[in-house]
Design a protein around this ligand. Structure first.
Ligand SMILES: CC(C)(COP(=O)(O)OP(=O)(O)OC[C@H]1O[C@@H](n2cnc3c(N)ncnc32)[C@H](O)[C@@H]1OP(=O)(O)O)[C@@H](O)C(=O)NCCC(=O)NCCS
Length: 239
């Protein structure tokens, strides 16, 4: 436990509270938050919010570890890059009631929550989140800053490219590849490969149709189909 002394968490939000809880369970002794909302926010529950990212970069020598607790996958990736470029000791956090195979690999800054399972030979890139009771099975490869939301199940040999988000309770069939920046809706069943930057939902998962500002999809969904309508702006990070 000697290297689990002072932990800095970037991101003073609801997700940050859960990450702090995991850190306590994992034996970290002293937790301090940083967030660019400082000085408008100086406390999060009973923790101090001490400053912005720029101030954290300055304070790095005071910490034994740093983790980014920002739900938006793209923003989390950018902040992690900044920290790593400044030589921060970015650590991973695994809840003691998660099951992570010793044969799996966790990238720097990964967070594995209570009840989650990461099985043998799965590889998680930096900044991945495996949320409560989610499972990632054998030989999966998740690139940087993928988020598998609570209760989602990713079967074996699945590849998920950077910053994609697998919604709560979704299921991904074995062997499927999900492109970069994809959002998979809650409860979806992904049974075939998904191109990058799509929002998919339903059983089986189909792309949702933008209703504004995208001329590339001209035809409305057929009556009774499971193609859905939505405005694609800023979906990721909602929770
Ligand atoms: C798929 C998703 C991204 C769409 O978000 P959105 O653009 O805000 O969508 P809306 O809520 O405006 O819904 C648009 C339509 O899609 C439907 N819809 C939304 N999410 C759906 C889903 N997961 N599955 C099936 N249909 C869905 C809505 O019922 C609505 O249908 P309607 O036009 O017939 O009324 C979002 O609903 C979702 O599932 N996000 C994942 C949430 C999650 O897992 N959170 C975990 C946080 S850790």
């Amino acid at each position: 436990m000697s290297n689990r002394g002072r932990l800095a968490i970037l991101g003073a939000s609801g997700h940050g509270k859960v990450v702090a809880d995991i850190a306590i369970h994992a034996g970290w002794q002293d937790i301090t938050f940083y967030d660019d909302v400082w000085p408008r926010r100086t406390r999060l529950e009973h923790w101090d919010v001490r400053g912005t990212l720029a101030m954290l970069l300055h304070d790095l020598p005071h910490f034994d570890g740093v983790v980014v607790a920002i739900g938006h996958n793209g923003i989390r990736e950018a902040k992690l890059d900044a920290l790593l470029n400044h030589g921060a000791r970015v650590v991973s956090l695994v809840h003691p009631r998660a099951t992570v195979s010793p044969l799996a690999q966790l990238g720097a800054g990964s967070v594995v929550m209570a009840g989650a399972v990461v099985n043998a030979f799965a590889e998680l890139g930096m900044g991945t989140i495996i949320n409560s009771a989610a499972t990632v099975d054998h030989d999966c490869r998740l690139e940087a800053c993928v988020h598998v939301a609570p209760g989602a199940n990713v079967a074996g040999d699945v590849e998920i490219r950077r910053t994609s988000w697998i919604g709560a309770g979704a299921v991904v069939r074995q062997g499927v590849t999900i492109g970069e920046g994809v959002t998979v809706g809650a409860g979806a069943a992904v049974v075939s490969d998904i191109d990058g930057h799509l929002v998919v939902a339903g059983v089986p998962a189909r792309p949702m149709t933008p209703t504004q500002g995208d001329d590339s999809i001209a035809d409305p969904p057929a009556e009774g189909s499971n193609v859905l309508r939505l405005d694609l702006t800023s979906i990721q990070g909602r929770s």
